[in-house]
Structure formats: C-alpha cells, structure tokens
Design a protein around this ligand. Sequence first.
Ligand code: FVH
Length: 288
Amino acid sequence: MNAEMPENISVLGLGLMGSALAGGLLAAGHRVTVWNRTPAKAEPLVAKGATLADTPARAVEASPLVIVCLLDYPSVEEVLGQASLEGRVIANLTTGRPAEARETASWVAGRGGDYLDGGIMAVPQMIAQPGALILYSGSQRAFDRYQPALAAMAEPRFTGDDPGMAPLLDLAMLTGMYGQIAGLLEAAALVTSAKFPLGEFVESLLVPWLNAMAAQQPAWAAKMESGDHSTEVSNLEVNRAGLENLVRTFREQGVKPDLLLPMKTIVDQRTARGLGHEGLSGLIEELL
Ligand code: FVH
C-alpha cells in the first residue's frame, strides 16, 4: 500500500508495539525516522528503509508528527524532555491513566507542541491489519491533519478533545475484557471440577452463549442511560436466587467462587433496598 501523501513521521520507542507501528507506517510509504533507547531494536526497520536517529531530540526534529510508544508515562516525559517540541504534534500511544494523559497534554502544550493521546485496541500482530483500532483524543486539529497517516497503523477514531478520553475508553474496554475473562475462569473451573472436556464446553456452549448475550448489551446500555430499569425478563430477585444457587454449587463442587462473589454482593445490596423488581441494568446505580 502506498500513502497518497507520504509524510515525515518519527516513532520513539521500538518495543513490540512501537516496531509494529513503525513497520505499518513504512509499509504505507511514509518516510519514517525511529529512535529507541536500545538502538539494536531499530535494525529490522532500518533494513526496511527507516532512518535511525541517535537521540530523541534528533528524532523529534526530523518530523512534524511524532508517535511515542514507550513503557509508561514517566518514560515518555523522560524521553521527550530531551527534545524541543515546538510546532510538533505528539501522538502518545503509551498506555496510561486519563489523569496522566491530561498532565502530559499540558506539559507538551507548555513546550509549544500539539497533543493527541491514543489507546491501542490491538496487539502488535494486528497492526496495519483490518480489525485494528486506535482511539484518539486531544487536539482535533492535529487528528484531522494526520488522520490519513494514522490510518496506516490502525483505524483511527477520534473520541473528543479531552486528552483523557481515549485512555479512559481504552481502560473501559479492558474492563469489559477482564469481566469476560473472570467469567471464563469461573466457568472453566466449574466444568473442570465435573471432568467435562473444557475445550468442547468453551467452543460449543460458552462462546455461542456469550455472543448471544453480547448482542443484548446495546439494549442494556439504553436502559442505563435512560434510568428506566424495568424488565420483562429476569429481574434482580430472580438473579439473586440464581447467584445463590451458583455460589452454593461452586462450594459443593470444591471450587472457589471468588470472582463471582462481588457480583452477588451487589445484587444482594440492591435487592435489600427493595429494588428486586428491577433488571440487572439498575446495578449501575450501585457503582456510581
Ligand atoms: N504489546 C501489546 O500487546 C500492547 C497492546 C496495547 C498497547 N500496549 C502498550 O504499548 C506500550 C508499549 O508496549 P510494548 O509492547 O511495545 O512494550 P515493550 O516491548 O516492553 O517495549 C517498551 C518500550 O519502552 C522503552 N522504554 C522503557 N523504559 C524506558 C525509559 N525509561 N526510557 C526510554 N525508553 C524506555 C523500551 O526501550 P528498550 O527497553 O527497548 O530500550 C521499549 O522501546 C505500553 O504502554 C503498552 O502498555 C502494548
């Protein structure tokens, strides 16, 4: 693939993710300058046409768009602190907290740069492939200017001018993922305790069931947004009894229900408030 408008782009940080990002930009025909604390990691990219800068300052000087993908935010400030950011767009794709993103945005602005924060919703192997998504927030002007170039790494999606929004949505998506993994772990332990073949359970029973449940989630979100938690399906009272049944079964099978117990606690709490007639969407009120 050749970029319609080749850009000069620098990439700081050539770990697994930074290398994949730089590779995607090179493959799209951009002129890529790279820098990494351990220079040897740049060799495969230099072999594909990247220019190696010997300092972060030289890498930042080389391009108006600077992609940063380091371990954490302290390392971002340490590295960018060695460069002049005047007139540069810094797209920081390092994973961090919303508060860190806001702080870094002000820090970059104080040095004359424009700032985009990014949340990468992909693993390195997915970069530059269909299905990879990067959430951005911060400077709309910078996003609009560089959107075509950013698309060489993954589908770019702008989520607002609060620099903390992309990392917050990134963490929200990871939260959904950890919830799903918690469910998988508990279900797998229960099935294993009964010596049922786990692979068969996951593939032929659990995954189709979770897909059907996932399809209901937009309707649940609408209920949470409206505050109308009425339900024509199983209300909280029914779910309370169901969770009681689950937890007792786990104990009878010698399996720890530890990942399920917080869910039971919150359902018990809401039901004790006399709201057992509501649907599960009402549980959001217990969290806010
Ligand atoms: N890998 C993944 O699947 C995830 C997907 C979602 C987003 N993450 C985030 O991406 C950031 C980088 O992750 P990574 O996978 O590239 O991580 P590493 O391969 O461990 O590379 C880390 C790079 O950071 C450099 N580095 C670390 N500390 C410093 C420092 N004090 N000064 C300068 N550079 C530093 C390190 O350099 P070196 O060890 O090669 O010299 C690597 O370039 C991360 O936020 C993930 O959460 C990836």
